[in-house]
Design a protein. Structure first.
Length: 242
């Protein structure tokens, strides 16, 4: 546990060193500007949607950015000779990204609360963000294994956004209202993510959908974590020059 906490703090310091946290604050400023012009009637829905984008796509991109900075610094050569467990290494990065997500949530919530009078269960929303952010951070870790460079990761992230994120947003905005399409989304992790965020933001979500989405996300986190863990040895040896 001590190693894990030390690694997580180290990851946050590294994110600051790489200017990743300051860049995240720039994105937050953009979200605040967007929310400023939103009617208070729709604030909960759009708040949940913005955090959905931040905790999904941004999590993938941020963990990928860290990975490629470390690749250029030769960090993986060091990792090969240190007594750090792979699970701690992966989870510390994922949790550091989740902390970044939570910083975004708290800043946006403070703005929405004092300026737009938003009402929601903040603790429940924080829990939902942890779940969504953790899944996508580990997914970003796995996607980084197959990306040759950061540009390649951006292309993969864009593909993920177009296939899995955009359709969920279009359904959320009621641009797409076909029942059959919404049924297909039940097996998509991004729809499960949107469901848990909506429910915690006080938006109407059926209890059965919430339970399914929560269990589905937890199951996916476990699966993608072990898949990433298995692939990590091959990746670290390759990047370590062995």
């Amino acid at each position: 546990m001590n190693n894990f906490l030390t690694l997580t703090v180290g990851e946050l310091q590294r994110m600051n060193k790489y200017q990743i946290l300051p860049s995240s604050l720039f994105v937050v400023a953009f979200w605040i500007a967007f929310l400023y012009f939103v009617d208070a009637l729709f604030i909960n829905q759009l708040f949940a949607m913005l955090i959905f984008v931040d905790a999904s796509i941004m999590s993938i991109i941020l963990v990928g950015a860290i990975m490629f900075f470390e690749k250029h610094e030769g960090t993986f050569r060091t990792f090969m000779v240190t007594p750090i467990r792979k699970s701690d290494y992966i989870l510390s990065k994922a949790f550091a990204i989740v902390v970044s997500n939570l910083i975004t949530v708290l800043i946006l919530f403070a703005f929405a609360y004092y300026v737009k009078n938003i009402e929601m269960n903040l603790l429940a929303f924080v829990g939902a963000v942890c779940l969504v952010g953790l899944f996508h951070a580990i997914l970003g870790f796995w996607m980084s294994f197959y990306a040759k460079d950061f540009t390649s990761l951006i292309m993969r992230s864009t593909g993920y956004m177009l296939i899995f994120v955009l359709p969920v947003i279009l359904v959320q905005l009621q641009v797409i209202q076909h029942d059959w399409f919404q049924y297909i989304l039940y097996i998509v992790p991004t729809q499960a993510s949107m469901n848990v965020l909506n429910a915690s933001a006080g938006l109407p979500v059926e209890t059965s959908e919430l339970w399914w989405s929560t269990i589905f996300l937890i199951g996916l986190i476990i699966v993608i974590f072990f898949v990433t863990l298995k692939k990590f040895d091959e990746f670290s040896q390759k990047e370590g020059g062995q």
